[in-house]
Design a protein around this ligand. Structure first.
Ligand code: TXA
Ligand code: MG
Length: 351
């Protein structure tokens, strides 16, 4: 299949003519990748089981891993969910449209093929003007996982989507680089106490400010013990994995730098290529290795924004091993550390 790529002229105010064909493809059961404020999504009609099946095939995604249904406005929510719990209303008021996904009890119109057989459905209302307008024009809720091959880092620009999806889907809308760079926060509001299932740009601190009590699912905090099921099925898979082995080094900065330099020197002498994920503040301290500066510790938004693209770039450089500095685990740092831990398969060294 030839994948048509359409460049959006002004991503802040896309013209309907540029989105019409994509909307038609979605309505007819086809696949369209599009930018959102978090990462690029791979969209299909969420109410069409056959279209959802094509998403799983294109991504190579296990079919027990449910999809998020994207809507353009609040009026589109009641068609999908049996109930909007109070916590859901409050969060929607504060954070929608935006980088927040909520889990609701689902109505039967949402097929099992979209929700992996669960009785709940994940819903998000993106704020990105291209995403939001596309969903409105399609006239159907749009199921959209991140537009990467299963297991690869999520795409933050159209070129990443081309790498993973060219020839497998009908269309890619190129809206340039996304803003946030890590996927949406997921909160389950279907039970008595809201539960954070995946950290993102709407931070735990922000959720608590609105809701008071919020629990955190075990899968957010660390590797899952044998037999423990995460509430977001996707959190059990190794995600965001670069091709090289990756080791996350935690501790006081000078010790982290010392450890990475020591290990890098040994590896380089043994003929290995080593990648190092470092920060603006530490970049001058590494004499060896291939450096990827992910941003400044003073500005974690840039770190989140660059993270997946740095992991993808290393795939192109044939490094044998990647060492990464670690970050604070509060606020946006929680989302950054969650993705880094998963990329490293929880291979963490404390120094
Ligand atoms: O930012 C985002 O959320 C992006 C953009 C495209 O919107 N989408 C995204 O989708 O990250 P995906 O498929 O890569 O991640 C969806 C996550 C998975 O971990 C999945 O298990 C979880 O949401 N999920 C979906 N439906 C669920 C449900 N009913 N209950 C619990 N977890 C659910
Ligand atoms: Mg994903």
């Amino acid at each position: 299949m030839e994948t048509k790529i359409i460049k959006i002229t002004d991503k802040a105010a896309p013209r309907d003519e540029e989105l019409m064909e994509a909307a038609g493809i979605l309505r007819q059961g086809g696949l369209v990748a599009f930018p959102t404020e978090t990462v690029y999504g791979l969209g299909a009609n969420a109410l069409d089981e056959g279209a959802a099946a094509r998403i799983y095939a294109a991504k190579g995604r296990p079919s027990d891993n449910p999809l998020i249904a994207h809507i353009s406005c609040m009026e589109e929510l009641p068609a999908l969910v049996r109930e909007i719990p109070e916590a859901g209303k409050r969060l929607a008021e504060k954070f929608w449209p935006g980088p927040l996904t909520m889990i609701f009890p689902k109505k039967s119109v949402v097929p099992d093929g979209t929700t992996g057989g669960l009785d709940t459905v994940a819903v998000r209302m993106p704020s990105d003007p291209v995403a939001n307008r596309l969903i409105r024009l399609a006239g159907v809720p749009v199921a959209a996982p991140s537009a990467n091959l299963s297991g690869r880092p999520s795409p933050t620009r159209a070129g990443h989507v081309v790498e993973d999806m060219n020839g497998k889907i009908e269309m890619i809308l190129d809206g340039g680089e996304v803003g946030i760079g890590v996927e949406s926060t997921i909160v389950d509001v279907s039970g008595p106490v809201p539960v954070l299932l995946r950290p993102g740009a709407v931070t735990l601190e922000m959720l608590k400010e609105v809701l008071g009590k919020v629990e955190t699912d075990a899968a957010v905090l660390g590797p899952l013990g044998n037999g423990v099921k995460p509430r977001a099925p996707g959190m059990k898979y190794r995600h965001y994995a670069p091709k090289a082995d990756m080791i996350l080094v935690e501790g006081e900065t000078s010790r982290v730098v010392g450890y990475i330099n020591h290990e890098t020197k040994k590896a380089v002498e043994a003929g290995k290529r080593i990648g190092i994920i470092c920060t603006q503040e530490s970049r001058a301290l590494y004499p060896l290795g291939i450096l990827a500066v992910v941003g400044s510790r003073e500005h974690e938004e840039t770190v989140a924004h660059n993270l997946f693209s740095v992991l993808r770039d290393f795939d192109g450089q044939a490094v044998d091993c990647i060492f990464s500095e670690s970050f604070s685990d509060d606020r946006l740092g929680q989302a950054i550390m969650n993705r880094l831990c998963k990329a490293a398969g929880y291979h963490i060294i404390k120094v």
